[in-house]
Design a binder for this molecule. Sequence first.
Ligand code: AMP
Ligand code: MG
Length: 423
Amino acid sequence: MHMERIESGCGCDRLQNTASLMRVEDAVNRALALVAPLAETETLPLGKTRGRTSAAHVSAPCALPRFDNAAMDGFALRAADLEGRCCLPIAGTVAAGDVPGPLPDGAALRIFTGAMMPEGADSVVMIEDCIDKGHKVHVERKPGPGANLRLAGSDQALGAPLLPAGQRIAPHHIGLLAANGVDQITVTRRPRVAVFSTGDELRSGPLGPGQIADANRPMLLALAAEAGAEVDDLGILPDDLDATASALAQVAGRYDLIVTSGAVSMGGKDHIRAAFEAAGGQIEGWRVAIKPGKPAMFGKLGPSIVTGLPGNPFAVHVGFHLFVLPQIQRLSGQTPRPFAPVPAIAGFDWTRKAGRAEVFPVRRRGFDGHGTPILERLGRSVSATLLPLSGADGLAIVPATTSEITSGDRLLWRPFCYDGGAQ
Ligand code: AMP
Ligand code: MG
């Protein structure tokens, strides 16, 4: 083991200096400037498109409903036939899917929701407003003309916009497209994302002395897959410049985005930047005024984008949402969404050191009188543990300039998805 004397006044001031750090917004823009939307598309059956991104605008191929139909179970009739009387003979039954003949003069047809309106009928009396006597119907509340009808084209006109280009496809889009008889969609190719961990101390299996479990790789693979990427697990790189450089050089060009974690800071074992440059990479940004996750790095290696996140797992989680997720969104053809778009109210007091923006796990404690969520801050300001996330409802962010938060102050946050759906 090699022991070194710990010196006081060892350059901490330089490390604390925030002047050389990119502002978070600038870093996000720098990370995004490296990304162009993928041009390749594929056409898939509708049922295979959940979570994919539409490559072209889809407009309605038909008007909906396609035909006038009953909005209620009841009786189809001519409203004028009820003038001066309240009983009509029942001439038959029309169920959904039937093609009815014309309504006989002065009669009613028993009709069910969604059934095509018979020619000549102008309204439906709902079942609750009449008594079905088998061969005739006694109408207790007379309908106005047009009552309880769904008219052709009243939900949606021919050519209505169904799906914009660049939309991540959710189950409700699939329902709407299916309702329109659209059975295939052209989507952007999935971004190919590779994930490396770095560190001699990391293992995926049983641990020996001094070793720790690799948390970042499984988390990043899961996050990237959830974001719609096709992911590849490229394992753990040793803390060795040459091995790291050759691993990066080997995969450059095979992926749209390579995400690494660890070895991006200033320690003697932090080889990622040097290895990245040795492999022919171009660093476009390094060090962000964010806590946790200051040493994030952005660059390009051939056609591949490389984003180097720090090693501490919470910093990795934050860095993914700040930088990698928008990169995947843009690659997919989506408009990248802001990190923390939702207003909230602080339910805590906090004094902190200004200089870097800070992201922290939060739990929703309730709502104020306007329905705005009140957030409780979880955990201490540590980047090594993911434990506070296990009870969190999302992440909140405070700007670099804020040093004091008082209960009742406004905040911005990013709620987590509870249902595992699209991010
Ligand atoms: P580094 O930036 O490589 O010095 O890493 C900072 C801290 O994060 C160290 O304590 C590492 O052991 C830890 N770390 C790095 N990578 C991982 C990982 N994949 N999973 C869990 N902890 C990690
Ligand atoms: Mg390391």
